[in-house]
Design a protein around this ligand. Structure first.
Ligand code: GLN
Length: 540
């Protein structure tokens, strides 16, 4: 069975299209279907790797090393869909390959046009995801942007063609719109009516509507929406604001029968719905007691999306430990200027915290503030978690404060540091100028026995994703470990250090990879789980 569900959005962006598409994915998986998620992004960048986090939020990295849109992170958190380069389609990729084919003469002299060449390329890529695994039942394709945008037209046209070619029971359209509230408690359906008209102008009649609204809509409003949009009344759903968590959305949609209507439209027999993991997760949510305050010391603090997966993973860890995790955003530049870390992070400081996390990052701004936070956490035995850049900060801090090498640094920040404790690999130095030296995607690390990282995973062989250029400098291994820093994990050939731990410390651990990409609400990542457990133990 190969079915396609196209999820588009109207009225405005940021309505939670990705979360709605993912929640549907979770529900269909609960019904025993094999689901694949695909994101179509209308921007012309080939991938999200070069995008500034301020503009586009976090870069989500897949096992095969693709640097993708953060929506893939939603898919990973809600569904079991394998995610790779193939699941993230951008206008840039589409044009790049059509133009390459044209240059290679593959179109035999034809004039290359948006229809059919660009739309064929889009359809080909979507179909390829369905074909990748013969067991795939449903491909959910989220079309980025808003109907009416110039950029998304080719994607909507490709969807229209696929719905037409596959037949309505094999390909359906779900449209997400906004029901705004004006004056007091007046909910307006007009923007939704217009949005569906805009879809119809593209030749697509939505089969289902998901209306984002501040509250559940009453029957009369749903009937009115249905009658104005040619959508069945039973196919109008409401994604209302929740004060719990967006992870409740699969259960909210289930209550309204979303998956049942989708299955019916696609002619799939109704199967038993297993939503146990989601129900259990909500029970954990309601059982949470007490609060731990986790300081995130980073660069891009103003924009929540820049560390999206890290924040989500902390929330998951809070569920697993049944404690509320309060995130305290600390701009590392501010910490750099502060007289001492205590006055910011300490019990009487401006931002008192029970644990500190330093996430990934690039560039030298605020580095000394991060080092200051690490020293403070190490000396005061505050649980500390360093991710990628955060692990490199632990190594620099150890060099400066324990080994007393005042100039210990990464060559990313100081090319001339005598003690370059974090640096490029020798063999990388010449190729850096050519770019493309980033270590990206999944690889194996092996933990040493009885390290904290080993305890967390309950397993010595660890598979996680990387996205970095610099490494723990091997020539300092002896001095670092001789002075007590625990080198907790290595690549299988032992050529690279993958994790460090502080000795005589409740939980101070850094990893060169990005565990946040693999955490799920129904399965918290073991490192985040243990970090929050340590912070919780400190509070109690
Ligand atoms: N800037 C560092 C490097 O390139 C860390 C990267 C990261 O944290 N993702 O190695």
């Amino acid at each position: 069975m190969n079915k396609f569900i196209f999820v588009s959005g109207g009225v405005c962006s940021s309505l939670g299209k990705g979360v709605a598409a993912s929640s549907l994915g979770a529900l269909l998986e609960g019904r025993g279907l094999n689901v694949r998620m695909v994101k179509c992004d209308p921007y012309i960048n080939v991938d999200a790797g070069t995008m500034n986090p301020y503009q586009h939020g976090e870069v989500y990295v897949t096992d095969d090393g693709a640097e993708t849109d953060l929506d893939l992170g939603n898919y990973a958190r809600f569904t079991q869909s394998p995610l790779s380069r193939a699941n993230s389609i951008t206008t840039g990729q589409i044009y790049e390959s059509v133009i390459r084919n044209e240059r290679e003469g593959r179109f035999l002299g034809h004039t290359i046009q948006v229809i059919p060449h660009i739309t064929d390329e889009i359809k080909g890529r979507i179909t390829a995801v369905a074909k990748e695994d013969p067991d795939t039942d449903v491909v959910i394709v989220e079309i980025g942007g808003t109907v009416g945008d110039i950029e998304s037209i080719p994607f909507l046209e490709a969807a229209r063609q696929m719905i037409h070619e596959q037949g309505r029971s094999n390909a359906i359209s779900i449209h997400l719109t906004l029901i705004p509230e004006v004056a007091q408690h007046e909910l307006k359906t007009k923007p939704t009516q217009h949005s569906v008209k805009a879809m119809q102008e593209q030749g697509i009649q939505p089969d289902l509507l998901i209306c984002r609204a501040p509250v559940m809509l009453d029957d009369a409003t749903c009937r009115k929406i249905a009658s104005f949009t040619n959508v069945d009344y039973e196919a109008v759903f409401v994604s209302y604001d929740v004060d719990t968590t967006t992870y409740e959305l699969p259960l909210i949609f289930y209550e309204q029968g979303l998956d049942q209507v989708v299955l019916k439209k696609m002619g799939v027999e109704t199967r038993h719905a297993n939503l146990k993991p989601w129900k259990k997760m909500m029970e954990q949510f309601h059982r949470r007691k007490g609060t731990v305050r986790i300081g995130i010391v980073g660069k891009y603090m103003e924009l929540h999306d820049a560390y999206k997966s890290v924040y989500e993973a902390l929330f998951h860890a809070g569920l697993a430990n049944e404690v509320v995790v309060e995130i305290v955003k600390i701009d590392s530049a501010r910490l750099e200027e502060a007289a001492d870390a205590e006055s910011v992070l300490g019990a009487n400081g401006t931002s008192p915290v029970d644990g500190i996390l330093i996430p990934g990052g690039f560039g030298s701004r605020g580095i000394n503030g991060m080092v200051k936070a690490a020293t403070w956490a190490r000396e005061h035995k505050i649980p500390f978690f360093g991710i990628c850049l955060g692990m490199q900060i632990m190594v620099i801090e150890w060099g400066r404060e324990v080994l007393k090498w005042a100039d210990a640094d990464s060559t990313e920040f100081n090319q001339n540091a005598k003690h370059a404790v974090v640096s490029l690999l020798e063999e990388q130095i010449d190729i850096t100028n050519l770019g493309g030296t980033m270590r990206l995607g999944k690889s194996e690390s092996v933990a040493i026995n009885s390290s904290k990282i080993h305890t967390a995973y309950g397993e010595r062989h660890i598979f996680e994703r990387h996205r970095h250029r610099y490494e723990f400098a091997n020539k300092y291994r002896v001095e670092m470990s001789g002075s007590g820093l625990i080198l907790g994990a290595f690549t299988p050939d032992a050529s690279l250090v993958e994790s460090v731990e502080w000795p005589d410390h409740p939980w101070g651990l850094g990893v060169q990879f990005h565990p946040e990409f693999k955490s799920k609400p129904i399965a918290a990542h073991p490192l985040f789980r243990d970090f929050i457990a340590a912070a919780k133990a400190r509070v109690q």
